[in-house]
Design a protein around this ligand. Structure first.
Ligand code: AMP
Length: 112
């Protein structure tokens, strides 16, 4: 199975990478919805938040900390939002778990 985010994680697909760790990679979204729109993605192929097993609890924490770290790096002192769109009603289009980090403008609530 070919997965675009697996391709980015293993360097086969180009992306604007802004940070990485042993178990995650962060890169800019190609269709940004805010001045800063970054995706934080585990290197391991996990389909969605719902597919995240108990054995990956530490990884889940690492992804959240990575998102906060990327927010600091991007200078989002005024605030930001972290979102995991999940399955079709949640608007998930890429079936590889990712956190959207959005910031750089006032974000509305609720989202559409
Ligand atoms: P979602 O709709 O929550 O699954 O989010 C998938 C996101 O991935 C969308 O915001 C897309 O714009 C973004 N995206 C898709 N392909 C790429 C890519 N090759 N590089 C960067 N972002 C991508």
């Amino acid at each position: 199975m070919s997965c675009i985010f697996c391709g980015i994680a293993n360097g086969e697909v180009e992306a604007e990478v802004i940070g990485e760790g042993d178990r995650w990679i962060a890169f800019r979204d190609t269709n940004p919805q805010a001045p800063t729109h970054v995706l934080v993605v585990p290197r391991e192929h996990i389909e969605s938040l719902s597919a995240l097993e108990e054995s990956r609890t530490e990884l889940a924490g690492e992804l959240l900390r990575a998102a906060a770290s990327m927010a600091r790096q991007e200078g989002l002192e005024a605030g930001y939002r972290v979102v995991a769109n999940t399955w079709s009603d949640g608007g998930q289009t890429v079936p590889h778990l990712h956190l959207h980090l959005l910031g750089g403008r006032k974000l509305r609530w609720p989202p559409g």
